[in-house]
Design a protein around this ligand. Sequence first.
Ligand code: NG1
Ligand code: ZN
Length: 535
Amino acid sequence: MDRDAILAASKKHDIVPGRVYKYGTAGFRMNADLLDGVTFRVGLLSALRSRKLNGQTIGVMITASHNPAVDNGVKIVDPMGDMLEQEWEVHATNLVNAPSHEELVDYFYKLADSLKIDLTSPGKVIAGRDTRPSGKTLVTALADSLAATNTAYTDFKILTTPQLHYLTRCINTAGTPGSYGEVSEVGYYKKLVEAFYRALHGRRVSGKLNVDCANGVGGPKLTELLKHHDSSKTGLEVRVANDDVLRPEVLNLDCGADFVKTRQRAPASPKPAPGERWCSLDGDADRLIYYWIDPDTGFFMLDGDRIATLAASFIADLIRTAGLEGQLRIGLIQTAYANGSSTKYVEQHLQIPVVCTPTGVKHLHHAACSYDIGVYFEANGHGTVLFSQDALQVFKTKEPQSPAQKDALDTLSALGDLINQTVGDAISDMLMVEVILAHKGWSLRDWAMTYQDLPNRLVRVEVGNKDLFRTTDAERKLSHPEHCQDEIDKVVKKYTNARSFARASGTENACRVYAEAATRSEADELANKVAAIVK
Ligand code: NG1
Ligand code: ZN
C-alpha cells in the first residue's frame, strides 16, 4: 500500500469542514452534498476491516432509506451480512473526522498498526446503492479509496439494502457447509421464490396484493422477483405501485412505509379502495407495513409489532406440531416503542418471552441471536426472524411421525430459506406474511383481530441539547437530567394502562416522547405533559 497514493486520492474527495460526523444506527446519513469525502473515508475503513478479518469480503451500502431524495448515506456490512461491529463504529467516526488529508492518512496507518492489520494482505469490498442519483458519484469516491489501498472491489450497482447484505454473506460462505446462496441478484430471487413455493406447501394466497414501493429501489427489484414467480402455483398476484424511480424527487414522497407508519394513513396516491390489501416498503426496501381501508371503520395499519406477533404465533404453532416444543427456544425482541398490547399478547397469550432492547436493529438482532428462533421487529416495520444453525439442522433431519409433523417440519425449513437471515428485508418479510396468512386462511381483518392496540402518540420535542438526556433500562427510563424521570412517573401514575418515556433520537437533533394509554385523548394528553417536562 502506498501512502502517497492514498493521500493523492483523498485530495480528490474533500470532507466538508466545520461539522462533526458520527457513525450512527444508520451509518453516516445526511445531505448528499456532504458525503463525498465521508464515503471515500468509509472506503478506507472497509479496506482495513476486510484485512482485519482475513480478507473476507466487506459490504458497503449507499442509501438514505426513507429520508428525502436529497439525502444519502453510507454504511458498512460485516462478512456474515450483519451490521458493522460496534467497536469499529468508533474507528469509522474517528477516520471520517480527521481534520486534514495528511492527518487522515496518519490515522489510517496508526489504526492499522494498533489493530495489527497486515496491509500487504489482500482485501475485498463489494458495494450497492439505492436509486438516488447522488449514489453514482459517491460510488466513485468509494472506488477511488479502494483502488488507492489495492483492495479488490465489485460494484453491484443498484440493489435493495437487504440484497447487499445477502450478497455479502453469500460471497463469504461460498463453498462452505453454511453456504447462503448463489452470489448474484438472480440467485436472491430464485432462493426466495423457491422457498416461497415450499413454505406454502400447497396452500394458496387469496386476493391481490398491492405494494407501494415508495418510488424507491424496491419497485424495480420486486418486479424482477415477480419474473421468477409463477402465480398459477401460489395464487399470489401483485400490483406494483409507486415504482417511479426515474423522477428522484418523488422518492418517499407522501408514500412508503415510513409515511404510512408515522402519518397513520395510506399513501396519497394511488388511493387504496376499501377492502383492497396493501403494503408499503420504504426507500431501500428493508421496512414493511401492511394496511387496508375498512369499508366501515376506515384505515387500519398492521405494523412491525403485528408482523412480529403473527410470525411468532405461527412459528410457535409449527414447533409444537413438529414435536419440538421444549427442544427449541423461541423469543421475541422489541423496543420500547412496541405497543404495550402486543407485548401483553405475546407474553400472556402466546406464552413467549419478550426482551426489550434499545432502539436500532443492531441491538435487536444481537438479542435475537441468543434464541433458537429469535423474532425481532421494530414497530416501524424493520425486522426479521433468525434461526440458529441447530434449529435449521433439526428441521431438516428430524424424522416426522405423522403427515402433520412432516408438513410442519417442511414449512419451518422453507421459512429458514425464505426469511432473510442477515437483516430485515421487506420483500422477504412480505412473502413470509403471505405464507402465514395463506396457512391460517386469514384476511388482514382476521390478523388485526388478534389483539387491540393501545392508543398511542409519538412526539418530537426540540431541545437545547439532546445529549443531556441519558437513559437506562433499554431506554425506558431517563437517568439524566436528574429528577426528570420522577416527574414523568408522577404524571404516568394518573392514567390507567399508561406508559410513557422520553429519549434522545439517534438520527435527529431532538428528543422523542412516546405515550400510550387507555384512550386516544389520554394518550395525547400524557404525551403532551411528558413533552412539557422534557422541554
Ligand atoms: P431514532 O431517531 O433514534 O428514534 C429512528 C427510529 C428507529 C430506527 C432508527 C434508524 C423510531 C421511533 N425511531 O431512530 O426505530 O429505525 O431511526 O433508522 O421510529
Ligand atoms: Zn430502510
